[in-house]
Write a protein that binds this ligand. Structure first.
Ligand SMILES: [Zn+2]
Length: 248
C-alpha cells in the first residue's frame, strides 16, 4: 500500500489527533528555516541579534533583524499543508497543533487551538511594567524609532517570542505535554526534532505507544518509532493524504 494511503488509513479512525510542526512546514510559504543555509541566522548571529541578554544590551540589533523577519512573515501565506491541518480540524479529527513556529500561519489557515512553544510575534510585552502590546501598535512605533519603548514607563518592549537562552513558556509547554499524552495519533511535520527542549516533547509518544506519522524532508530521531514516515515537501504530501482519505 502506498504511504499516503497508509497515513489516510491511520487518520480515518482517529478523533484526537495532535500535530507537532516545525520550520519545515513554513518553508513552502516563503519563510526559510532560520537555521538553514540562507536562513536568518546565517546573516544575523543569534548570540548577538536574538539572545535575551544581547537584546537588553543592544536592542537596536534585535530590531534590525526583526524588521527583516517581520517582512518575511507578513508576506507569507498558509500553504496546502497548513490548510490540510485546518481541514482535519473541521472534519473533527485534529484537536491541537503544537508548533515551534512564530509565524501565525496555523491560526491564519483556520486552526483554533495552536500551542506556540516559541511564543508569538503577534503580541509584545514591556519588560518593565509588563504591559501587553499588539504587533500593530509596536509596528506603528517602529515607523518613528528604531527601538520601541513603553509609552507608560519608557521600558523596553520585547515581542513575546522566545529568544535564545530564554525558556519556553512553561504553561504552554505543560499544555502541549497534556495534549500529546491524550492524543490518539501524533503527526510530526517539518521538524527534524533537533531544537531542545521543544523537540523532546514528541518523544513522549514512545511511552504512551501512540501511533505516529512523520512528514519531513530529512530523517528525524523518531523515524524508527513512527508507523508511517513520508520524506518530502509537506505542501505536496498533505493534499495527497487528504485525497487518499476521500477514496477510502
Ligand atoms: Zn511599561
Amino acid at each position: 500500500m502506498d504511504l499516503h494511503k497508509q497515513a489516510a488509513n491511520l487518520i480515518k479512525t482517529k478523533s484526537n489527533i495532535v500535530a507537532f510542526t516545525g520550520a519545515g512546514i513554513s518553508v513552502e510559504s516563503g519563510i526559510p528555516d532560520f537555521r538553514s543555509s540562507g536562513g536568518l541566522w546565517e546573516r544575523f548571529d543569534p548570540n548577538e541579534y536574538a539572545e535575551y541578554s544581547a537584546f537588553l544590551k543592544w536592542p537596536e540589533k534585535f530590531w534590525t533583524m526583526h524588521s527583516e523577519l517581520a517582512e518575511l512573515v507578513s508576506s507569507a501565506e498558509p500553504n496546502p499543508a497548513h490548510q490540510a491541518l485546518a481541514t482535519l480540524e473541521s472534519m473533527g479529527k485534529l484537536t491541537t497543533i503544537i508548533t515551534q513556529n512564530i509565524d501565525f500561519l496555523h491560526q491564519r489557515a483556520g486552526n483554533s487551538r495552536v500551542l506556540e512553544l516559541h511564543g508569538t510575534g503577534e503580541t509584545a510585552t514591556c519588560l518593565s511594567c509588563q504591559k501587553q502590546y499588539e504587533r500593530i501598535t509596536v509596528e506603528k512605533m517602529l515607523k518613528s524609532v528604531i527601538v520601541p519603548r513603553c509609552p507608560d514607563c519608557n521600558g523596553l518592549i520585547k515581542p513575546n517570542v522566545v529568544l535564545f537562552s530564554e525558556l519556553p513558556p512553561q504553561d504552554v509547554f505543560e499544555e502541549a505535554k497534556r495534549a500529546l499524552l491524550g492524543a490518539d495519533l501524533v503527526i510530526i511535520i517539518g521538524s527534524s526534532l533537533s531544537v531542545y527542549p521543544a523537540a523532546a516533547l514528541p518523544s513522549l509518544v514512545i511511552y504512551t505507544k501512540t501511533p505516529v506519522i512523520i512528514v519531513n524532508e530529512e530523517p528525524t530521531s523518531l523515524d524508527y518509532y513512527a508507523d508511517v514516515v513520508i520524506n518530502g515537501k509537506a505542501g505536496e504530501i498533505f493534499p495527497l493524504i487528504i485525497k487518499a482519505m476521500s477514496e477510502l
